[in-house]
Design a protein around this ligand. Structure first.
Ligand code: URA
Length: 425
């Protein structure tokens, strides 16, 4: 077996054999296939796709590249969620403690943001003292004692994906259905959760720009999960508008705490509760009532214990950026569109995200929205507040917002797009 013949086969649109896939993933993980060879193969997959059989084998090979965790010793059923990524998507923060408060165990291994989408770990690291890296025994202890844990995936979990994802990020091969599906599902299956709910986003701020592509991705991932014995369902959700009223690390933590306190923006609450119901159903707890656990403070109680168990101070003031700049509405009327990608890119330029994976992020940077589509806005009144420690960024951040909204004549009726667009599984 050699890398050149595997690349050539995929370049020439042939179906790769199981042996070819097992060999190339294993050899790449060991360093026997070079980055430039794997880049060429990733581009051939990006251009020519993979069959269902190939995706399934590719995922299995990535799982086999590392360890597989086992939660069989826990008293509660496990249930996890994965979002394909969006702007203002802070849902994991209230969701994990909420589902734990309802009786499931939530082992949430999360990532950092790259590009215009934020990462759960970056958000939580804005809480003073909070630690993303836990050893496997530490993770098990938090999960057992608190019911939910959000931490970085250890190096032992699907190491082939770790290498391949970093390579795809710099070779324009991220947005490939077989590569996204196998990347996400290899990590989630190796993590060992019994049930999995996928939030597959469609729209300008998502990898999948339309709902048909999102449905195809969701179907591939649900099939992969089911084939590997994980009860998997997917919700298709809108990502043309940012979620909630904040995009940026500490800003999103603040909003998540509002949701846990029984308040927060209606769309964040709606999606959190809908995903919680799916996770609890998939875990065999269909009678649990997540809306009640938000209202009666039990989810907040789990949140506080979860943050403290990882060294964080749930009562500490969250960092605030040194500088603010208010963007005002240019006209009076009804806001009918506020583009998620533009807001994500602008927040990223303010310092909320990173350009290279080793860059730091600013905890306080980001954007506050003062209106959402459907709201009435007044000329000269605040529409957005930009936050950063580096005021030179304001100009670039405002440039990213060029053409990001539409304001219709006062009194125009606006039918909001539903947040939940469909379900697979
Ligand atoms: N998230 C992942 O983990 N992998 C992808 O390929 C895309 C999003």
């Amino acid at each position: 077996m050699d890398a050149i013949s595997v690349i050539r086969a995929k370049r020439d649109r042939q179906e790769l054999t199981g042996e070819q896939i097992d060999w190339v993933i294993d050899a790449y993980t060991r360093g026997a296939v070079a980055d430039e060879q794997m880049s060429a193969l990733a581009m051939a997959v990006y251009l020519n796709g993979m069959t269902r059989t190939e995706i399934s084998r590719w995922t299995a090979a990535m799982i086999a590249s590392g360890e597989r965790m086992d939660f069989a010793g826990l008293a509660r059923p496990t249930s996890d969620k994965h979002s394909t990524g969006g702007v203002g998507d802070k849902i994991t923060l209230p969701l994990a403690p909420l589902v734990a408060a309802c009786g499931a165990a939530v082992p949430q291994l999360s990532g950092r943001g790259l590009g215009h989408t934020g990462g759960t770990l970056d958000k939580l690291e804005s809480i003073p003292g909070w630690r993303a890296s836990l050893t496997n025994p530490e993770m098990m202890r938090v999960l057992d004692e608190v019911g939910s844990v959000i931490c970085a995936a250890g190096d032992g979990l699907a190491p082939a994906d770790k290498r391949l994802y970093a390579l795809r990020d710099v070779t324009a091969t991220v947005e490939s259905l077989p590569l996204i599906a196998s990347s996400i599902m290899s990590k989630k299956i190796a993590e060992g959760t019994g049930a999995l709910v996928l939030d597959v986003k469609a729209g300008s701020g998502a990898f999948m720009k339309n709902v048909e592509d999102a449905r195809e991705l969701a179907t591939a991932m649900v099939e992969l999960g089911t084939d590997h014995g994980v009860r998997t369902v997917a919700l298709l959700t809108d990502m043309n508008t940012p979620l909630g009223l904040t995009a940026g690390n500490a800003l999103e933590v603040r909003e998540s705490v509002e949701v846990l306190a029984g308040g927060g923006p209606a769309d964040v609450v709606e999606l959190t509760v809908a995903l919680a119901r799916e996770m609890l159903d998939a875990a065999g707890l269909p009678d649990a009532d997540p809306a009640k656990a938000l209202a009666d403070g039990s989810a907040m109680d789990v949140w506080r214990r979860m943050i403290a168990a990882q060294g964080g101070d749930p009562d500490a003031a969250l960092p605030r950026a040194r500088e603010q700049h208010v963007v005002t509405a240019p006209a009076s009327g009804v806001l009918t569109r506020l583009d998620a990608y533009a807001v994500g890119l602008s927040a990223w330029r303010l310092g909320a995200g990173r350009a290279r994976k080793e860059d730091p992020v600013q905890a306080g940077a980001g954007i506050e929205l003062h209106a959402r589509p459907g709201d009435t806005v007044t000329a000269g009144a605040p529409l957005l507040t930009l936050h950063t420690d580096t005021p030179d960024a304001f100009g670039y951040a405002e440039a990213a917002l060029e053409g990001a909204w539409d304001i219709a004549a006062p009194g125009t009726s606006h039918e909001p797009t539903p947040l939940i667009l469909g379900r697979v599984g």
